[in-house]
Design a protein around this ligand. Structure first.
Ligand SMILES: Nc1nc2c(ncn2[C@@H]2O[C@H](COP(=O)(O)OP(=O)(O)OP(=O)(O)O)[C@@H](O)[C@H]2O)c(=O)[nH]1
Length: 295
């Protein structure tokens, strides 16, 4: 009999959730960057072995609603938790655990009535004493006394198989939800848009990364060439200027790098037609959020 089910990932921005999903799935499904709050959508990774299938929901950072975007994120968190079989709370062992952000999440999880597993991540940056201290703190101070705690490094993979096995043991018996060859349930246009956004995040700073949303308008396949038309939405003319860059250098660099990633994803030659458009305050614009598929 196989086991299958859903595990909701929670954790402050930047603790390494996306990296962990990639490590568990064994390939790149969620985009990774060093900018907080990369993940706006609940991206799923699917880990399939001979006897279990574990569907990971990479939750956006749990936070108090501030605008239409974060309010949607918060609602998504509650929905995902209510549909999950277990929750995986990732904390950054390398930096102080137990701040307001961690406590807010711990509180949300303690109300969810689910088995909770805590992964203390980034142990590759910690010595033995620091690791032990972090494990003791998490066990005793986070207000989740029944949670099972695992030290891991999402980056090196250390501790990840043991964590995966334990999570799998929490799943109910049942048939697989996805064909074993599937790794993600994201539609193709969203997947490709995220590959473009990843390149923007790697090249921009401060408010720009969070002001950019990418929309793939068209994917057209013809004669061994796939043409992808994408728009990078920003909120101000000056952000548009930054994304275009001096003599178009920035948009060229984003486009070249994103095209390579998209070619790898589609296993085809790709022409990427990339443009920048200004739409003031898209983050508060419900109609645009709907069109971008952020539910
Ligand atoms: N040293 C070390 N760095 C890590 C580890 N896991 C993640 N990182 C780094 O931490 C940063 C954030 O990782 P992400 O996976 O994007 O974090 P996240 O929690 O998904 O972030 P959001 O999606 O913004 O909430 C990246 O620079 C990663 O390379 C780890 O185990 N060790």
């Amino acid at each position: 009999m196989t086991r299958s089910g859903f595990v909701a990932l929670a954790g402050r921005p930047n603790v390494g959730k996306s990296t962990l999903v990639n490590a568990m799935v064994g390939r790149k499904v969620a985009i990774v960057s060093d900018k907080p709050q990369t993940t706006r959508r609940a991206i799923r990774g699917v880990v399939t072995s001979a006897d279990f299938q574990l569907v990971l929901t990479d939750l956006p950072g749990v936070q108090r609603p501030r605008d239409a975007l974060t309010a949607r994120m918060q609602k998504r968190v509650e929905t995902e938790l209510s549909e999950a079989d277990a929750a995986l709370f990732v904390v950054n062992g390398d930096q102080g655990i137990g701040g307001a952000g961690d406590r807010f999440i711990a509180e949300a999880l303690s109300q969810a009535n689910l088995p909770i597993v805590i992964a203390v991540n980034k142990t590759d940056r910690m010595n033995h004493t620091k690791t032990v201290k972090a494990l003791v703190f998490v066990t005793e101070q986070l207000g989740l006394p029944d949670a099972e705690v695992f030290p891991i490094s999402a980056r090196t993979g250390k501790g990840v198989p043991a964590l995966t096995e334990y999570l799998a043991s929490l799943l109910p018996e049942g048939p697989f939800y996805f064909p074993p060859e599937d790794h993600s349930d994201q539609p193709e246009d969203v997947m490709l848009a995220e590959l473009v956004r990843e390149q923007v995040l790697l090249r921009t700073r401060q408010e720009v990364p969070h002001a950019v949303e990418v929309q793939v308008e068209e994917i057209e396949e013809r004669d061994n060439l796939t043409t992808v038309r994408a728009i990078m939405w920003v909120e101000t003319e000056s952000q548009k200027g930054i994304l275009i860059g001096h003599h178009g250098k920035m948009i060229k660099s984003i486009g070249t790098a994103a095209r390579k990633e998209i070619e790898r994803e589609l296993a085809d030659h790709v022409h990427l037609d990339l443009s920048v458009r200004v739409r003031r305050s898209w983050r508060a614009d419900d109609a645009l959020l709907d069109r971008l598929g952020i539910t």
